[in-house]
Design a protein around this ligand. Structure first.
Ligand code: 5GP
Ligand code: MN
Length: 317
């Protein structure tokens, strides 16, 4: 399967639906919005399905056109972006009914659930894959598409700091800067600005943070009550897990968030200076992700989930 096969499917389709993973982050949002603009340039009728759109990304072009549902039942083509697993795909009902499906992603744990699957696990962001793809398709990456792309690159590389960053990442970004994309403005909006409710959640999570197993594991959590108390919005839990990983000596940082009663969404990060593969650990629980940033959903109370996770982490630290 090549990029040409993808181009053929796009050219043949009239109606296209674009979607990404649940709890969308900057790469998921940047990817769907960049794809939306690119397909519109190709003259396609496009719907973007996102539920729980974080307000942080309202400034991006096309953010206002995003839908939570659609009247169209059967699209000619469905494109899934930045989502390794059909289970986590929001808008799955449209994906499953579409005549053709394409998956574009950068997770090595991708389940290859599309008719065509384009997965590049060494790409630091799904948005970076799209940048290369649009170039190949001869679509002009203007400042609008560029703003969406750089949003995904900035958020998925922690502001160009992860080891996943390549020379191409900087080259693409330099090119976008030349085209008029305001990198500094986007950086400040997506990484340096907190809503008050996000700050209040962080404060609670930090107060509860425990250092376990000789300070090698950082563990913290938030529950539904916390989110209600601070009037949390979509995306407010983003970034909390990052705080644990920066503590000296921590090999794995764990943050869990109550999804529903006795069900927790797990976020895991490899500590700085450690090379533990957290994706392998999350895989044991039916999840996945990247070697240094991964997740899963685990049943139980906080204490039970914590115990299950620590048991597996202990085996590798
Ligand atoms: P986060 O902790 O920010 O939710 O996710 C970290 C990384 O792991 C992201 O790339 C995300 O897409 C992936 N991820 C999170 N949860 C899951 C999951 O349950 N299954 C899979 N396959 N990937 C996940
Ligand atoms: Mn991503």
């Amino acid at each position: 399967m090549t990029l040409d096969d993808i181009l053929v499917e796009i050219k043949q389709a009239e109606t296209i639906v674009v979607m990404a993973h649940e709890s969308p982050d900057g790469d998921a949002i940047g990817s769907v919005l960049a794809m939306n603009l690119a397909l519109k340039k190709m003259g396609k009728k496009v719907d973007v399905i996102v539920k729980e759109f974080p307000r942080t990304f309202d400034f991006l072009p096309g953010a206002k056109d995003v839908k939570t549902t659609s009247d169209v039942e059967t699209y000619d083509l469905a494109i899934s972006l930045d989502c390794a697993d059909l289970k986590r795909l929001v808008g799955r009902e449209y994906f499953e009914k579409a005549k053709k499906t394409i998956v574009i992603d950068h997770h090595s744990t991708n389940m290859m659930y599309g008719d065509l699957n384009f997965v590049n696990p060494v790409s630091p962001a799904c948005c970076e894959i799209l940048a290369g793809m649009f170039e190949y398709f001869d679509i002009d990456i203007d400042a609008e598409i560029g703003s969406c792309i750089v949003t995904g690159i900035i958020t998925d590389t922690g502001g160009f700091k992860y080891a996943s960053v390549t020379a191409e990442t900087f080259e693409f970004t330099a090119e976008l800067l030349r085209k008029g994309v305001n990198i500094s403005d986007i950086y400040q909006r997506v990484l340096e600005t907190r809503r008050k409710s996000n700050f209040e959640l962080l404060r609670r999570a930090m107060n509860r943070l425990e250092l376990l197993e000789n300070d090698k594991i950082a563990f913290t959590y938030i529950n539904k009550q916390d989110e209600e108390d601070v009037q949390a919005e979509p995306g407010d839990h983003e970034g909390i897990v990052e705080n644990g990983r920066s503590i000296e000596g921590v090999k794995v940082s764990v943050f869990i968030r109550e999804k529903e009663e006795n069900l927790y969404k797990v976020s895991m990060r490899t500590g700085n200076g450690s090379n533990i593969n957290v994706s392998d650990i999350c895989y044991i629980f039916g999840g996945g992700g990247h070697p240094r940033a991964a997740g899963a959903t685990v049943a139980g109370t906080v204490e039970q989930v914590k115990e299950k996770l620590i048991k597996e982490i202990k085996k590798v630290i």
